[in-house]
Design a protein around this ligand. Sequence first.
Ligand code: P53
Length: 510
Amino acid sequence: MKKRFPKNFLWGGATAANQYEGGYNEGGRGLALSDLITNGSNSSPRKIYYMDTKGNENSIILGMSLPKGAKSILKENQYYPSHKATDFYHHYKEDIKLMAEMGLKCYRMSISWTRIFPNGDDALPNEEGLKFYDSVFDELLKYNIEPVVTILHFDMPKHLADVYGGWANRRLIDFYTKYCETVFTRYKDKVKYWITINEINVLGGYWTLGLNSASEDLTDVNVEKGAGIHIKLPDEEARAKFQALHHLMIASSYANKIGHEINADFKIGCMLALSGIYPATCHPDDVFGAYDFRRRAYLYADVMLRGYYPSYSEAIFDEYNFTLQKADGDDEILRDFPSDYFAFSYYRTTTYNRNGAKTVTTGGQQGDSNPYLEETPWGWPIDAKGLRFVLNELYDRYQKPLFIVENGMGNVDAMEDDNSINDDYRIDYLEKHIKEMYEAVTVDGVDLMGYTWWGPIDIVSAGTGEMKKRYGFIYVDMDDLGNGTLERKKKKSYYAYKNIIETNGECLHK
Ligand code: P53
């Protein structure tokens, strides 16, 4: 007998505060590093300006560390997309109503750390910030939409970077766990599903980890052109990153421990960027190379789900002459408090070429294009079957419930003369991916909790800072420089997703 999709399947949408919320200086919120990133495009990377130790201004691009001793600055006459984003802060009631009408069963969002602790190390939380999320969760629950909350999505209080040097410093574990304890306690009756850290395997450098380099001069850093947040790190930067990510994984395990003490029903997941990777050919060096490359992503899932560093991690660390510094008790906390489920993002696949992929990174993401696949206008290969592959790959390896918490297509949308937006390319992408997901669940037997489309409403792109790279089923009237009425409008895809949810996916399988 053919199995159906589980009845309680969590169909939904996903966003992140730094790309959607805005209100960056309202309600007592403190400055986060994402507030210091300019807009950009595929060919001109987003930047962070800084003042170096000699008082000179310069800039780095996403993924890099700041030079030693430098401090990031907000520069006049620059556009900072996070400040207003698409203004969920003032539109949440209207937006949640639109999501409810689309039939969303869950909504994945992130809390902005500096709305709760404006400096990150404050003694007491900011009540106004806590109240804001109370209102948001109440609004969601009013429509029976289950909140899925990411605690840390590309988010770092500026003060913690300035004063402590970000996640290089073990003290960040205490600040993060206090933040977790605060939101777990406050929202324990409103939120059941949590994600501790977004895409841990692609974090690095200043923006997401608050890292400063050991060097004052970064001019010779090898930066991959136009690769968004994905860059190949120099050894020293990679070592700082691995240590910082260890601190983050310890922090995540503490969050699992504290969370379950506060509410035993909580489901707390880890989250990785796990778009797929194929060997470019059947040459054994491509095949093993692709596998070895994939481990640069598995590494973090292995630690967070299985509870210990895998043996191959030594080989990866050796490439960078890195020795992990562990404190007493670290092994036990990792072992005793693994994640409950495995959330991941899937956008595309890439290929691994033994002669050197153009954009190989330390996080096991991003390689070359694939001659068999079409690409989005931003050059992301479209591969629905790859989603079935990855679902099986991850379920076979971890045997834990999976949750697709990001999948989607960034595209340029055109408004017709009658004001309609006919985004058939997005509908096509959506339907093909859901069909493959359906096969993975009903035929292959993968245990899948849900599916949240990335950006159900248009938000700022993380990689490029653009507005015109749109993912939404709901259009927001705003351009790359923040001009526009912010008016919301349903696209054709809105009705397609609504129908999929209403029929629990069956409309695609007649
Ligand atoms: P954008 C690649 C580049 C940047 C962020 O990306 C990424 C990835 C995918 O591995 O991660 C996620 O907006 C991220 C989201 C982001 C989404 O991909 O550059 O979790 O915040 O918006 C899509 O098109």
